[in-house]
Design a protein around this ligand. Structure first.
Ligand SMILES: [Mg+2]
Length: 425
């Protein structure tokens, strides 16, 4: 069966190569050509690997303790995740990409779809090269660029571009040859469950999925499954979400590096999370109507009793005022905290988010808002300039010994003068 392709649409997927590793390398020339690995929160699992680390056989998602021997034997450089750094560099990369077109969907911290329909076929590969070169030159981050008719095919193209020296692939001709060698589990949108189902039915590569009958796919999977098949045929079905669709809720939570027993320590952590969440929604120009606090002990600790609880408090007036939100969160925490437990995780969710410009039908609202706006603006400005938590509130504590385990952190924060990289000459 063959499907002709009349669509002129062109989508590029730009994906940063080994993003977290690349971020660490930016400020550390010594780790350029050696195996490097970045670990997840609390130094749990491998979440980013350099090409050298991949060659040694370190797998994605593997627990750190399992690869410790390999690490030692091959002198692999280990880093704890440093999201302050990655987040900042991600923003820089996306800013460069936005310079090419405003039809952009930021898909994850290190990936974005760009609509390149306005570029001619014979020029688009060269255009991809320009994108790649500019991102590298302006941010120092290497990327791969995959271009095709649909988002799903641009993902396939990107996969191939990753292994290609030039780093750019425009997938238009010989698509079937490539799809025949493309593993079913590597297709965008085909998760573990779905790939199991496909393999059970003898569909083990992208080409076979492309040529599956419409009736079968509609009957056996869901709408998304059918869309994936259409997209493999070169028919665009999944639109670019270019308009920044604002979030409906904002959650900040962390597991503790060391279990926490006292209410004071929990207060410190909830306050810090709440301040971060409040800053996030202010950045997105949103306000919240409800604050949820949750705490729990470890479900795997067989020697101790398990406790988990949460509380949601509705606010009379939508706000993004840090002080107001922390006060509410702490009052909630006091209601659910129980003495005698060893807590492993605490977090906060701000929900019922709305546009800050939406007017409140409440007589008190304008008075409260006018009081808090300049203060919050001053806090955000100072923290952006002088480092996170430069201005905080006393409740957030100074010791913070409940914080995440980050034994291997590069301690670089591009938003903080204290953590500028030091170079010994
Ligand atoms: Mg990547």
């Amino acid at each position: 069966m063959s499907y002709t392709n009349s669509s002129k649409k062109k989508v590029a997927l730009i994906d940063c190569n080994s993003f977290y590793v690349s971020c660490e390398r930016l400020f550390n020339p010594k780790i350029q050509n050696v195996p490097v690995v970045v670990l997840s929160n609390n130094d749990g699992c491998v979440i980013s690997r350099s090409t050298e680390a991949k060659k040694i056989g370190i797998k994605m998602g593997e627990p750190y303790f399992k690869v410790k021997d390999l690490v030692k034997k091959n002198n692999v450089q280990i880093f704890s995740s440093n999201y302050a750094l990655y987040g900042d560099l991600s923003r820089r990369v996306m800013k460069v990409l936005k310079g090419f077109t405003d039809k952009i969907e930021i898909y994850s911290i290190d990936e974005a779809f760009l609509d390149l329909s306005h570029i001619k076929d014979e020029q688009v590969e060269n255009y991809g090269k320009q994108i790649r070169e500019r991102v590298l030159k302006w941010t120092g981050i290497p990327t791969s660029v995959g271009i095709s008719n649909t988002k799903t095919l641009s993902k396939v193209a990107n996969h191939i571009a990753k292994k290609n020296k030039a780093g750019v692939i425009f997938l238009k001709k010989n698509i079937d040859t490539i799809l025949k060698n493309f593993d079913i589990a590597d297709i965008w949108g085909v998760g573990r469950q779905l790939s199991k189902l496909y393999i059970k039915n003898g569909i083990n590569n992208a080409y076979k999925l492309k040529n599956i009958s419409n009736t079968w796919v509609k009957k056996s999977t869901n709408v998304l499954g059918a869309k994936t098949v259409m997209e493999l045929r070169g028919i665009p079905c999944i639109d670019l979400e270019t308009e920044e669709t604002k979030r409906k809720s904002c959650c900040v939570s962390r597991s503790f590096g060391k279990k926490v027993e006292s209410l004071d320590k929990l207060k410190e952590s909830i306050t810090t999370h709440c301040l971060n969440a409040a800053e996030k929604i202010r950045t997105d120009k949103q306000t919240t109507r409800a604050v949820t606090v949750f705490i729990r002990t470890s479900p795997f600790d067989k020697n101790r009793k398990y406790y988990s609880n949460s509380i949601t408090i509705e606010l009379p007036v939508a706000t993004n005022n840090s002080i107001e939100l922390v006060k509410t969160a702490i009052s909630g925490l006091k209601k659910i905290y129980k003495y005698g437990y060893f807590y492993q995780k605490a977090g906060i969710i701000l929900s019922k988010l709305r546009d800050a410009s939406e007017k409140e039908l409440n007589l008190l609202a304008p008075i409260l808002e006018n009081k808090s706006k300049p203060l919050m603006r001053a806090i955000d400005f100072t923290n952006a300039k002088y480092g996170r938590n430069a201005i905080s509130i006393a409740q957030a504590g100074i010791s913070n010994d409940w914080k995440m385990r980050r034994e291997h952190s590069s301690r670089i924060d591009t938003a903080s003068f204290d953590f500028l990289p030091k170079i010994n000459i």
